[in-house]
Design a binder for this molecule. Structure first.
Ligand SMILES: [Mg+2]
Ligand SMILES: [Zn+2]
Length: 216
């Protein structure tokens, strides 16, 4: 049966959360107040992110340089993507983050997923503007509603998902195979959802290899 590999970006492909790192480094003012408003459901996540990235005070070159120096990719990522190519498994990125930094980070390895489901983003003077592209009418929360996207991919076959945190909670019970660490792992345990633990992409590669063998 055909399989698709769907990956979260921040905290999964990367070690750090890139949005948080950019805001920590470059945002002027109380950007954290928007995190609290989003967590307590006073505003949708995309509205909080839009306000936060408008507080950035830096030009594009500065931000890209910071990303190149600060952001690490999880061990084994490049090898894992090579493995997927060899096995003919398509992959895509699903993220509540901004496309410009994903392209930058994956560009280090000249890697291009089949699709990036994320916020469209661009620099305007010394701040960053963003536009959610995957809002779902059934969801008040996300700018990239992963649950809806995963369900679309399920029409093509089995869905294997790799994630780490709160933005992945809503797909935990709809994917066929869940690779989890961090808050997502704790959530899966609490909700009695079966998952495969991983620390790096060598672990994921081993797990996916077994899944592909089993699904033959
Ligand atoms: Mg994440
Ligand atoms: Zn949603």
């Amino acid at each position: 049966m055909a399989a698709t590999l769907l990956l979260d970006f921040d905290g999964t492909i990367t070690v750090q959360d890139v949005s948080t790192e950019i805001l920590r480094r470059f945002a002027k003012g109380d950007w954290k107040v928007w995190d609290r408003r989003a967590i307590t459901f006073q505003v949708p996540v995309y509205q909080a992110l839009r306000e936060q990235f408008r507080m950035v005070d830096a030009d594009k070159e500065e931000v890209l340089k910071f990303i190149d120096e600060k952001i690490e990719v999880r061990e084994g990522f490049e090898e894992f993507i090579g493995f997927l190519a060899k096995r003919g498994v398509p992959w895509a990125v699903l993220s509540e983050g901004l496309d410009f930094y994903m392209e930058r980070v994956m560009g280090r390895f000249h890697l291009r997923p089949g699709a990036i489901f994320a916020y469209r983003s661009w620099f305007e003077g010394r701040h960053i503007e963003l536009q959610p592209q995957w809002i779902w009418e059934g969801c008040e929360r996300c700018g990239t509603c992963k649950r809806r996207i995963v369900k679309a991919f399920k029409h093509l076959g089995i869905v294997i998902y790799v994630g780490d945190s709160v933005t992945d909670f809503c797909v935990a019970d709809v994917v066929d195979y869940l690779f989890a660490r961090g808050k997502l792992e704790a959530f899966a345990k609490k909700m009695n959802i079966s998952f495969i633990h991983y620390d790096n992409f060598y672990d994921v590669m081993k797990g996916v290899e077994m899944i592909l063998e089993g699904e033959k």
